[in-house]
Every structure is written in structure tokens, then in C-alpha cells.
Design a protein around this ligand. Structure first.
Ligand code: PGA
Length: 230
């Protein structure tokens, strides 16, 4: 299974190091799992263990005049070759269009990155029924090579992110089954995954892992979440 921790704008360089050290004290817990952590850009660091550190965002450039962004050169310094693309917070709050998201995908695919590619519908689309959800998600896959061998697709309904209200088992099952028809890529679920619901979510067919925000911020709790999945 894949366990990915998305710190968003939480943790510092120092606390990220402590976090990784805490995880490494319980290595046996995740020796058969794939573990990723995505700290803020300022906390990127080399990690010579089985835990992969990735970036939450990067710009599709080697280096250049893109104020506030980091490119390949800055990621390379820390041997980062894993990236989240298309997270709803970047789409919604920072205005990343599907065109831009697809350009990022193409660029980092060309550089052989592992990519967690996020899709997910807003509440008003969900309220119109699942056909609308599937249609919406398909627009978020435009320009994305879902057969890229290093893509993982994270289904993260926007209304479930950070709200404490995850999608239901039936909703996740149904969307993941539909996605499975499109691709053999690992499929992650994200959106209020926590210690209470992890067992049920991880057992769903076609859920190959989880992308966790709030419930990943404390290393001990994240370890507990992993242990509950076994
Ligand atoms: P959450 O965030 O677990 O806090 O809902 C998930 C995400 O945005 O990746």
C-alpha cells in the first residue's frame, strides 16, 4: 500500500527531520509499504532511507525568472524526483488551470518524476450526481498520460478535504472502479482519511493507498494510521 503525507503549509525543516526520524524508529511497520512525505518546499531534504520525500509543487522549468517558484534545479539539489500535481488547493486557491497542470505533468514526466496526480470534484458537482462527477473528473484528466508508468492518481473530493467528512465507502468504491477502467496506475484516496476510517478505506478494491493531510501531521499518529491498515 501507498501512504503519502501531505504537510501542506505545516512543519519546518527541523520538525520535518524529526518527523522522518520518528518514522524511522518504526521501520518494520512499513517495510512492505510505500511511504511518501511532502513537506513544504523550505523543508525539502535528502532522505537516504526507504521514505521518499517529494515536493508539493514545482514549476515546469529547469531554472529561470519565475518569482516564488522552484524548478528542476532546486529539486535536483535534494534529489527530489517525486511531485504532487493538480492538488485542489492549487487549482482553487492559486488558480492553476488544467492547461497549466497538464504542462507541469508533461514536463515532469519528461524528467522521469514520480507524480501523484490529484483530481476531485467540488460539492455542487457531487450534489448533481455521479455522472456529473465522472464528467468533471474526466476534464481533470485532459492532457494527462494516465498510462505513464510513474503516475499515481489521487481521487480527492474537494468537499472531503480538511472537513473531517470523508467520502463514503460506496462513493470511493464507485469512483475508483471507474478510474480503474481507464488506467492500471495506483489509485489513492484522499480527503479526511483518519484513524477512524482508514481500515475501511484501505480495504476497498482499487484503493491502492491514501494521501493524508491533517491526520499525517503528527508522525506517531501517521504510524498508527499505517499500523491500522495491516
Ligand atoms: P486532509 O487533506 O487529509 O486534511 O483532508 C488531504 C489532502 O488535501 O491531500
Amino acid at each position: 500500500m501507498i501512504f503519502a503525507a501531505n504537510f501542506k503549509t505545516n512543519h519546518t525543516r527541523a520538525s520535518t527531520k524529526e518527523y522522518v526520524d520518528t518514522l524511522l524508529t518504526k521501520k518494520s511497520l512499513f517495510q512492505n509499504e510505500r511511504l511518501y512525505i511532502f513537506p513544504p518546499l523550505s523543508a525539502l531534504q535528502k532522505c537516504e532511507s526507504d521514505i521518499k520525500i517529494g515536493a508539493q509543487n514545482a514549476y515546469m522549468i529547469q531554472s529561470g525568472a519565475f518569482t516564488g517558484e522552484v524548478g528542476l534545479e532546486q529539486l535536483d539539489e535534494f534529489d527530489i524526483n517525486t511531485l504532487i500535481i493538480g492538488h485542489s488547493e492549487r487549482r482553487e486557491l492559486l488558480g492553476e488551470s488544467q492547461t497549466m497542470v497538464a504542462q507541469k505533468f508533461q514536463f515532469f514526466k519528461e524528467h522521469n518524476f514520480e507524480i501523484i496526480y490529484c483530481i476531485g470534484e467540488p460539492l455542487e458537482v457531487r450534489e448533481n450526481g455521479e455522472d456529473h462527477v465522472l464528467e468533471y473528473l474526466s476534464t481533470q484528466l485532459e492532457g494527462i498520460d494516465t498510462n505513464y508508468d510513474k503516475i499515481m492518481i489521487a481521487y480527492e473530493p474537494i468537499w472531503a478535504i480538511g472537513t473531517g467528512k470523508s467520502a463514503t465507502i460506496a462513493e470511493i468504491t464507485s469512483i475508483h472502479n471507474a478510474l480503474r477502467k481507464l488506467t492500471q496506475a495506483p489509485l489513492l484516496y484522499g480527503g479526511s482519511v483518519n484513524l477512524e476510517n482508514i481500515r475501511e478505506i484501505i480495504q476497498i478494491d482499487n484503493v491502492n493507498g491514501v494521501l493524508v493531510g491533517s491526520a499525517s501531521l503528527d508522525a506517531k499518529k501517521f504510524l498508527e494510521l499505517i499500523s491500522l491498515s495491516r
